[in-house]
Ligand binder design. Sequence first.
Ligand SMILES: [Ca+2]
Length: 316
Amino acid sequence: MTKKVWFASLVALVLVGLLSFVAMAEESISLNGEWHFQFDDDMAWAEPEYDVSDWEKYAKTAEAPALGFGWYRYEFTVPAEWKGKGDLLVSIPTLNDFDWTFVNGIGIGNGNRAGKRKYSVPATYINFGGKNVLAVRVYTINPGIGLDGDIAVELTDAISLVNNPSFEVPAKFPAKWTPNGDDKNIFLWEKAATAYTGFYCVGLRNTANLPSKVGYWQSDIIMLKPGIEVRAQAFIKAEDPTGETTIQVGFFDAAGNEIGERTASRNAGRRTSDWTKTFVRADVPEGTVYAKIFLSSADNSGTVWFDDITLTIEEE
Ligand SMILES: [Ca+2]
């Protein structure tokens, strides 16, 4: 090799290294900076606008002396360029022992043992180009460290098109979702340990008692264009189900007429099961302007729950 070739290779190597470093840096936000910490417990501390200026400040979370209930908060900015690129992921390498974790006041997950955490954050929860607040409510059994390690917020390459996919944003019902009726005994919106992630999930109970024998929750409209393939996914849990539990995607034209439907049925018949992932793929038919997701239960004398609904584009 001549000197020139060596030099060119070296420059190329350095460039590749630099570029990959920049690419990595662009897709992850390190939360190694100023954390606020407060002993005790108040659910209002999840709210992003809560004034924490009189809380203790720590350069590292591990310096906060944890025991019993304590809250950690971190304010960070998400680049405006990330908008539309994907959902986010919060990763916490070490957490002792129980947690209830929020982004901008919305629950993203909780855990009940010491270890790491990875929580997905729908893009719809994020303030792109502005202030966001991660709040972690921790309960520590032994004196020591509540949070530790390189806590980070990362950009993922999947984006869910569903509004309020984990039912954590409240209104009268979970925002952007409606039940096909108003019988509270059948349409459940629960803040309970039953949730798959966050604090809420929706459920359907005793749909066999409905006149139509079918109960469903429907999503807000999701704008779509024809000629692409989409994948709808849900986590489903069942207790003494007797009927059929499904996730469906319905496609609608500009006049609001349903023009096509694909259904994924999970065989939940007469079996109690813990959270299980199910999904359906569908080609978006010609004439489609928008879609809706339906979470349904038919002829069911037991209870089924749904959480973490996603609709993603498979291919353009
Ligand atoms: Ca949830």
